[in-house]
Design a binder for this molecule. Structure first.
Ligand SMILES: Cc1cc2nc3c(=O)[nH]c(=O)nc-3n(C[C@H](O)[C@H](O)[C@H](O)COP(=O)(O)OP(=O)(O)OC[C@H]3O[C@@H](n4cnc5c(N)ncnc54)[C@H](O)[C@@H]3O)c2cc1C
Length: 506
């Protein structure tokens, strides 16, 4: 099957244009074969549903998104029986993070597996024959190390290769029909219920209509159809990531994600995605990339890059192959339209600083299949009831990942004096080690779905920042530190509480 997907669009197997039928009603239509679409299609097909999956670009994409998967995402892939999608793509195991702040660094290992609780595998029609474990014999992922490590592991990879594996797993299911085409309309009946889609199909087939009991909108970050849920369902964006590929970079800590933070610059992420290639993503405080990226990289990023990475950084800079992506945010809405389910980035986005997007989407897929996988999709009211519940049940994990990513970005990208005190306090809190490291990394890695515990830890960091500020000011500066203490706590509340409120109450 992979021979279809690595070839240019014009060489796609003809069945990608011809097999989809207009005269039947599918159980499900899936719009988009990015990270989440193929997972939904494959699992539903294994549950006996007839699924049509529509994608406008079946060839392997070359994107700078979705390259580091947190342990929570790895666990969800196991629960979906799709973990082997990380095999044979030169993926790099990730054992934790190295956080650098103004030149100092702290290494944070992922937590012990026994603290995450047991996996909640989907039923045996989906998870069977060891498909919850990686394959042995992989060149870059050692089976014993990966499976038997007492700590959680994440993984980094070239996004397109991972996607090709996911797509091939989905297309191997006889109940899945693929279609190459651009969905141009989600069709509704007179009472506003979704009944299918209109698609512009290349290869002279033209505009076609396909019907299904339920349509999954999984069209990603720039979703055209999320507004089928509500006309005001829009994203906000105030920053972007500028990315480059570093080749043969000398990584400060092997098999770690790196976060480079500092008082005078925006966050930079660095992680190795293949034996040769390392991704660097540099945050810029505007949704549009700087007009002269090269100049900005030299003046605002380069001075903060560790010496070890400089040679590969300089080479990449000289080549000038920059790519940028806006960092968008959108809080999830309830799926309350009969015949429709919006999911993945189309439903919910957060700041990519935390690398949590795929984790949330994959965990959503696990929950979704549990809730509706065994239902008869022609009973649209029962499916809708389950989707209404889905919205509330996902909050425990999505709120932690989303709020943390946005709060961390607000904390580390801004240059207000109280935020700078909080930044220092946050890093010093990590330096205390033990529980002060373990809880934050568990939140980040998507294995501790407890929003109120996150709140407690966040304000513990704020109080520690106040305490450090008192220490720094000394007895003479006590009145100033007293006033600053309130300002710090107020600032902490401002960067955290509105997001948590929206996530939990929205
Ligand atoms: C800069 C950046 C870095 C990121 N880094 C990470 C990271 O390290 N780790 C992580 O977990 N997450 C990361 N993310 C988030 C992650 O990429 C997403 O959460 C994930 O890709 C969402 O999957 P999806 O299936 O919802 O959407 P996508 O993967 O975007 O897939 C959507 C698919 O729909 C198709 N499509 C769109 N419109 C149509 C149409 N009209 N007709 C047919 N097909 C259509 C598209 O071609 C695409 O294939 C990052 C995001 C950004 C912006």
């Amino acid at each position: 099957m992979s021979k279809f997907l690595n070839e240019p669009e014009e060489d796609l197997d003809p069945r990608f244009y011809t097999e989809a039928k207009e005269d039947i009603t599918y159980d499900a239509i899936v719009i988009g074969a990015g990270v989440i679409g193929p997972c939904i299609a494959k699992c539903l097909a294994q549950k006996g549903k007839k699924v049509l999956i529509i994608e406008k670009e079946w060839q392997e994409p070359d994107r700078i998104v979705g390259e580091l998967m947190q342990p929570g995402g790895v666990r969800a892939l196991r629960e979906l029986g799709m973990i082997q999608a990380i095999n044979n793509i030169d993926a790099q195991p990730i054992t934790g993070y190295t956080v650098m702040y103004n030149g100092e660094k702290v290494a944070i290992k992922y937590s012990h597996k026994d603290k995450s609780g047991p996996l909640d595998l989907l039923s045996s029609d989906i998870v069977h024959e060891g498909n919850d474990k990686i394959l042995s014999g992989d060149k870059t992922l050692n089976y014993d190390d990966f499976e038997n490590d007492e700590r959680e592991r994440g993984v980094a990879f070239v996004h397109g290769r991972f996607l090709t594996n996911l797509r091939n797993m989905c297309l191997a299911e006889p109940n899945v029909t693929p279609l190459a085409g651009n969905v141009i309309e989600v069709m509704k009946n007179k009472v506003g219920e979704v009944i299918g889609v209109r698609v512009d199909v290349p290869n002279n087939r033209g505009k076609c209509e396909f019907k299904a009991h339920i349509t999954f909108v999984v069209d990603g970050v720039f979703s055209k159809f999320r507004r089928e849920l509500a006309s005001d369902f829009k994203t906000t964006s105030s920053s972007s990531f500028i990315g480059m590929s570093l080749f043969n970079a000398d990584m400060p800590t092997k098999n770690n994600g790196h976060v480079i933070l500092g008082t005078n610059h925006s966050p930079v992420l660095v992680y190795q995605i293949s034996p040769e290639e390392t991704r660097i993503l540099c945050a810029f405080n505007s949704k549009k990339a700087p007009t002269n990226i090269s100049k900005w990289m030299i003046s605002s990023v380069k001075p903060h890059i560790p010496e070890q990475l400089r040679p590969s950084f300089d080479k990449a800079l000289a080549e000038g192959k920059f790519r940028s992506m806006p960092n968008q945010f959108v809080c999830a809405r309830q799926n309350d339209v009969t015949g429709l389910c919006v999911i993945g980035d189309a439903l919910n986005m957060r700041h990519p600083l935390g690398g949590g997007g795929m984790t949330v989407g994959l965990k959503d897929t696990v929950l979704l299949i549990k809730k509706i996988g065994d239902l008869d999709f022609s009973d649209r009211e029962t499916v809708l009831d389950e989707l209404l519940d889905f919205h509330y049940e996902r909050k425990s994990y999505d709120s932690v990942i989303n709020v943390l990513s946005i709060a961390l970005y607000s904390l580390f990208a801004a240059d207000n004096e109280y935020l700078a005190i909080l930044q220092r306090g946050c890093f010093a809190y990590f330096q205390k080690g033990d529980d002060c490291l373990e809880k934050p990394i568990m939140f980040l890695s998507g294995v501790l779905p407890r929003p109120f515990l996150l709140t407690k830890v966040f304000f513990a960091v704020a109080l520690y920042s106040v305490y450090l500020n008192f220490e720094k000011r000394g007895a003479v500066g006590f009145p100033v530190a007293f006033f600053e203490g309130f300002a710090i706590l107020f600032t902490a509340a401002r960067v955290f509480t509105p997001f948590l409120y929206n996530e939990l109450i929205g």
